[in-house]
Ligand binder design. Sequence first.
Ligand SMILES: NC(=O)c1ccc[n+]([C@@H]2O[C@H](COP(=O)([O-])OP(=O)(O)OC[C@H]3O[C@@H](n4cnc5c(N)ncnc54)[C@H](O)[C@@H]3O)[C@@H](O)[C@H]2O)c1
Length: 488
Amino acid sequence: MGAGIALVSARGGFETVCYDLSEDGLARSRVEAGKFFAKSVERGRMSEEERGAALARMRDTSDLDALADCDLVIEAIFENLEAKKELFGKLNGICHDRTIFASNTSTLSITEIAGGSGRDDRVVGMHFCLPAQLMKLIEMSRGLNTSSETFEAAWAWTEAASQVPVETQDKPGFVLNALLVPFNNDVIRAIETGLCLPEDIDLAITSALGYKMGPCTLLDLIGLDTQARLGEAFHPITLDKRAAVPPLLRRMVAAGRLGRKSGCGLLTGIRPERASAAPSFGLTRSGDSRSFPDGDLFLAKAVADGDVTICLGGHYTPDPTKICVLVELDTECLGHHTGEVNDGAPSNAVGFARYRNGGDPPSNLVELARQASTTDEAIAGARAIFEVAGFDVVVCSDQPGRIVDRLVRPKYNDALRFLDEGLASAADMDKICCMGLGYSDGPIERVVRGGLVRHHDICHALHEMTGLAGYWPARAAVVEKSREGANR
Ligand SMILES: NC(=O)c1ccc[n+]([C@@H]2O[C@H](COP(=O)([O-])OP(=O)(O)OC[C@H]3O[C@@H](n4cnc5c(N)ncnc54)[C@H](O)[C@@H]3O)[C@@H](O)[C@H]2O)c1
């Protein structure tokens, strides 16, 4: 992180002193800096002269005294409170009185780090995103004793360096990691329960929500050991069970399966080929369909007596003569229609839902839900129908919320609660997620657009089935639900 932040600083026109304990580390960073600026010239992002000037502004040192004249010191040493306090304590004796100390910590408290600095009014949180030289967002936070003057000066520095500062409070994980760490753990727990393949989680989330990167790809990229460390840091502070390190994550780390850096992580590389031919299908209708509303082009492909029956609106009539009977689901499980008690007989019933955020048009994602008795032939038939029609298809076991709602509803609840707690404004929270995580829209915008009452109803159903606190609807959703009742 430090090497990337130094690039931001030098590119932004600031004389930049790079200090590290490790001279090898400094030398490696210097080589990378040369390569990065050369690529920037190649891509037309800077001129040859600007490249030379930026490199000339960077100076390496393993002598802390060399920082004496700096106006701003940004620390990005390893994530340990005592080490950061000790470093700021030493720098306090070396630097000018005017020097501002900033910490790039991901999880620690700025107020606590400032406690070791001897100048806690001049300490500020500046949380860059990885890789700092490519990501514009910086989460900025004040410790309890940070002066306005310090905060404004640090803010002005980030803008002068062409970064985008967003203010958050000094709380564990600020906004970005506070939303991401429990969400990522939920993803790992979903895999652990056998919900579906990691590849299907990535496809579901990118297709339904427009995230640039699936969560399993992201976890493999940042490293499962990093995710475990973040969970270990968060859980004791927040006491949020979702932040606690999932058993599967512990096992993966113990086995050296750390993701891309070790060549083996969550993603398995297994996914069935997309189907190229599909059986015919007919429709039954017992009410409005959220997946395929009237006029949807898919409906025109239906025939009178197809090899598959699709039950729009959910009412299930068994028919063993069909390859499969597809039952449209809302918040309920397939078992609601077929029964949870099974005599072991194979079944051709498959649940399905096309993901849709409230009243938004339905997405391109179709989730298929299978019970233990559902046959592979039934799943293959269902998959083929939707894939040949151009949909992205994922298969999961018949668990509450299937893939997308199971994973995103707790995150929406967190975001709504953070708003109540004043962690950041709604606009800033959305901006942080779009800029820092590559979401196509922010969690607040999305949950509000989808309807807080709809969010309440989904969460209520999931909470009833799972008992998990993450599904307990956030206050704003409860209020909107009660207003709906009162206005009826
Ligand atoms: N990796 C990320 O995605 C990410 C993102 C945002 C913030 N951060 C935060 O940035 C900080 C660094 O993370 P990282 O992933 O770059 O860690 P890292 O382990 O890759 O790098 C830490 C560097 O600090 C040096 N160092 C350690 N102790 C030192 C000391 N006392 N004085 C000077 N240098 C010292 C090490 O030699 C090493 O070069 C942490 O606080 C982390 O939470 C990390």
